[in-house]
Design a protein around this ligand. Structure first.
Ligand SMILES: NC(=O)c1ccc[n+]([C@@H]2O[C@H](COP(=O)([O-])OP(=O)(O)OC[C@H]3O[C@@H](n4cnc5c(N)ncnc54)[C@H](O)[C@@H]3O)[C@@H](O)[C@H]2O)c1
Length: 438
């Protein structure tokens, strides 16, 4: 089948490469010319090495191409996946402008064509968006009726950055919310080669499944941090507590670790969008507000730990290792590095930062920040360091690097380092959520 992907971002490209590997012909459409050029030269516009490898193979075999001509690409596709971004407005409300604009363009393509096309919303959207916003736009710009002139479905994506292609090829479940049976069947057939269970629902249910999943993951992280913050004050290591609690299958170990809080392109904005949507329907979610409040406060916990070890931060020089929202990716959307650095600076510290992949994009967000070109250079002469993202290279830091610090104190904000190794190499180790640090 010929598949059109509108929006060549993480989700669009992972979906395109996954269907390309299953034997379909893929055309990606994006309004960003630099992304289109990158894709056509077999390069991923973001750091995702396994995805890039497969992308480059498909491009070489002419199984996947990209264009800025969205109408042409959508005209050629039998199934059209809408994978554009759905960010937060300053109020927390979901910003549907990119989706509305993409829907209008796709509708114009449907108008031109005689064949039956299925439009699939893969972007994360609050319940009722597909039927109450996307559907009327498509009908108006195509002049056709949904469920008759074209099909419509909602198919949320659950991939994680850093393992985008693997997650697309081996999803935990495939949710197919369809307007009509025919659209649902076409989508189910497309996904048939993947082993995961297919959950067939209506479109609003599919939309809500995505939010219920992300809100739970965010809850789990904030819960782990709340327990960790108590453990610190009780003189207990939260990691042992949470690891043992997570052995209960009703709880589960994943996402149950102390840290600096959640960031990235999904969890913060999805929790805010769900809270806003609930509010617009007259329901005030105290749980979601608390999850967000705990998350906001978490970088200060790491800063307090550092202060307890080296005293007031005014006039001190502090290294921040890792600027991406997590290790292994170059995405800085909602990274905790931003509030962390702001807190350090508000206390009078001078900050020097390093990230193997995300420094350039972070420099655009914080142009006056001092950057080092390696973790070793970042540590030179500093009074303390905070690890913000779990990059493999930070695990290799040792005596040579620590001895170049003015005060060798490491706050491990992700609990990704080996405390014994750090101590043996001559530095003081403080793991976030670790009571012994106080
Ligand atoms: N990134 C993730 O880990 C992830 C995981 C699951 C779900 N999601 C959801 O998937 C959606 C896409 O996320 P993403 O991270 O891939 O976004 P992204 O920002 O990486 O990519 C979106 C792409 O859409 C393009 N675009 C915007 N408007 C367009 C238009 N009118 N026509 C054509 N292209 C257009 C942009 O130029 C951009 O390249 C979001 O709703 C997000 O919440 C993301």
């Amino acid at each position: 089948m010929k598949i059109c992907i509108v929006g060549a971002g993480f989700v669009g490209l992972a979906t395109g490469v996954m269907f390309g590997k299953l034997g379909h012909e893929i055309v990606c459409a994006d309004i960003d010319e630099s992304r289109v050029n990158a894709v056509n030269s077999g390069k991923s516009p973001f750091f995702e090495p396994p995805l890039e490898k497969e992308l480059s193979r498909l491009v070489k075999r002419s199984r996947l191409s990209a264009t800025t001509d969205v109408v042409r690409a959508a005209s050629e596709g039998e199934t059209i996946f809408l994978c554009v971004q759905t960010p937060s407005l300053p109020s927390g409300r979901i910003d549907l402008h990119p989706l509305k604009s993409a829907s209008k363009t796709v509708g114009r393509a449907i108008k031109r064509c005689k064949d039956y096309k299925v439009v699939v919303v893969k972007s994360t959207v609050v319940p009722s968006t597909t039927d109450a916003i996307v559907l009327p736009i498509l009908e108006k710009s195509s002049g056709k009726k949904a469920g008759n002139g074209f099909g419509l479905a909602m198919n949320p994506e659950f991939l994680q950055e850093g393992s985008a292609l693997k997650d697309s090829m081996q999803p935990s479940r495939i949710v197919i919310g369809a307007l009509d049976k025919r659209s649902g069947d076409i989508l189910a057939k497309l996904y048939a080669p993947l082993k995961a269970e297919k959950v067939r629902t209506d479109m609003r249910t599919a939309e809500m499944i995505k939010y219920a999943s992300n809100a739970f993951l965010a809850t789990k992280i904030s819960y782990a941090n709340e327990i960790a913050n108590m453990c610190v004050r009780f003189g207990i290591d939260s990691e042992s507590v949470l690891a043992a609690a997570g052995m209960d299958p009703r709880i589960g170990r994943l996402f149950l670790r102390p840290g600096l809080g959640f960031g990235g392109s999904c969890l913060p904005k999805d929790v805010k969008a769900l809270r806003d949507k609930a509010r617009s329907e007259g329901f005030s979610s105290r749980l979601l507000s608390t999850i967000l409040a705990i998350n906001e406060a978490q970088p200060s916990e790491a800063v307090s730990m550092l202060e307890s070890a080296i005293g007031a931060l005014r006039g001190k020089r502090i290294a921040v290792l890792g600027l991406a929202f997590k290790g292994g990716v170059d995405d800085i959307r909602e990274t905790r590095a931003l509030p962390l650095i702001e807190t350090l600076r508000s206390k009078g510290a001078a900050v020097v930062a390093y990230d193997p992949m995300a420094a350039r994009s972070f420099a655009r967000a914080m142009p006056d920040l001092e950057f080092a070109s390696s973790a070793a250079k970042c540590l030179k002469g500093v009074d303390g360091a905070i690890v913000q993202a779990d990059w493999e290279e930070f695990r290799r830091l040792g005596r040579t690097e620590f001895s170049s610090m003015r005060t060798p104190v490491i706050v491990d904000g992700r609990r990704c380092l080996d405390p014994d190794r750090i101590r043996k190499a001559g530095a003081r180790y403080l793991g976030i959520g670790y009571g012994a640090a106080r």
